[in-house]
Design a protein around this ligand. Structure first.
Ligand code: I3S
Length: 123
């Protein structure tokens, strides 16, 4: 690892619509309910907004915040009949399924979130 790459900032993915189903809230099982969410990756969180418009409006207007420090991310084909599904399990036991019909899109988010999990867990 070169010095340059070691200090490269993490990619903050610009927002994109992804399908999200929260299937567990802090260990409590939730009924699966797929929703299209405007998804934004920061250096240590995945922000889920109901609408793209919400991002600019009010601070605290986030619909949900997925803490990535100590989270686990894995592909989860067996959890859905949909394709390209991966799961994020937070360190408090919340579980989110994330899906996009486009494999490149799902793969790009999976990879970026995985890197964020790795780096925020290492810090
Ligand atoms: O894992 P499940 O229970 O088969 O998930 C399906 C259900 O949540 C279904 O809603 P109902 O609560 O009305 O059964 C959803 O409409 C489906 O999308 C879920 O399955 P997929 O395979 O799409 O994740």
């Amino acid at each position: 690892l070169s010095v340059a790459t070691a200090f490269e900032p993490l990619v903050d993915l610009k927002g994109e619509h992804l399908n999200v189903a929260k299937i567990s809230d802090n260990g409590k099982k939730q009924r699966k309910n797929w929703t299209s969410m405007w998804t934004v990756l920061t250096t240590d969180e995945l922000l889920l907004y109901k609408d793209k418009q919400e991002t600019g409006v009010k601070p605290g207007g986030k619909t949900d915040v997925v803490q990535l420090c100590g989270a686990v991310i894995e592909w989860a084909a067996e959890k859905s009949s949909k394709k390209n599904v991966f799961q994020i399990t937070t360190n408090t036991g919340s579980e989110y399924l994330i899906q996009a019909d486009s494999f490149p899109t799902a793969s790009k988010w999976h990879e970026a979130i995985r890197k964020t999990v790795d780096s925020s867990t290492r810090d």
